[in-house]
Design a protein around this ligand. Sequence first.
Ligand code: 5GP
Length: 251
Amino acid sequence: MARRKKIYEGKAKILYEGPEPGTIVQYFKDDATAFNAEKKDVIDGKGVLNNRLSEFFMNGLTQIGVPTHFIRRLNMREQLVRSCEIVPLEVIVRNYAAGSMSKRLGIAEGTQLPRPIVEYCYKDDALGDPLVTEEHIAAFGWASQQDMDDILSLALRVNDFMSGVMLAVGIRLVDFKIEIGRVYEGDFQRLIIADEISPDSCRLWDIETGQKLDKDVFRRDLGSLTDAYSEVARRLGVLPKSNVSKPTLIN
Ligand code: 5GP
């Protein structure tokens, strides 16, 4: 059997060359990291849950006309995605203050923001993904003004979609991070949602109890991360009903 070519290994995923040109296989690992990989663990079943949840969100976005890199899920841990050039920015949308924004600006966690606030961080692990302004982005050529207009519109559409989907199952979308890919179609380039959308990259709070159902459970030692992600998947109908209490997670 031919060994497939590994293109990149990150903290939570591995990318392999896909079966057709222009495709990539995205493998979801069970590894969890936080604080720029200072805190690490292996969480049984996390990769399986994130693969399913990211598929669910990306499919929903496609249905409302937001372009994504997602093609199809291949198995429990892998999905086929479109190859793209990643814009070196983390695009963060916040509806409520939390995390680094609360720390930076001294706003209590959970304070509703007057409107969604979009922030940009420069993707560089060695620098700890620093917050940057549109001035930096333009001056260093990371994205053009047209790209930034498109990125803002994509980010706000993802926010509206994700907020609505979550609200319907009693979960508040506090904030999230997305990554943007650039694809070329003939003489044109298009921006699409890339990477993943999962509880690893969102803050999700139960509306009734305030219980955290996202990666903060790991970052802040608040209990079982698999239980939290399973609860999100169960509410969204992503896990089969028979697996409600204890999902069987196979590789
Ligand atoms: P904060 O800036 O408050 O740490 O994060 C804001 C939001 O973006 C949170 O939902 C957080 O999970 C997500 N986020 C920020 N940076 C990263 C990152 O490097 N990886 C992942 N998976 N999510 C991130």
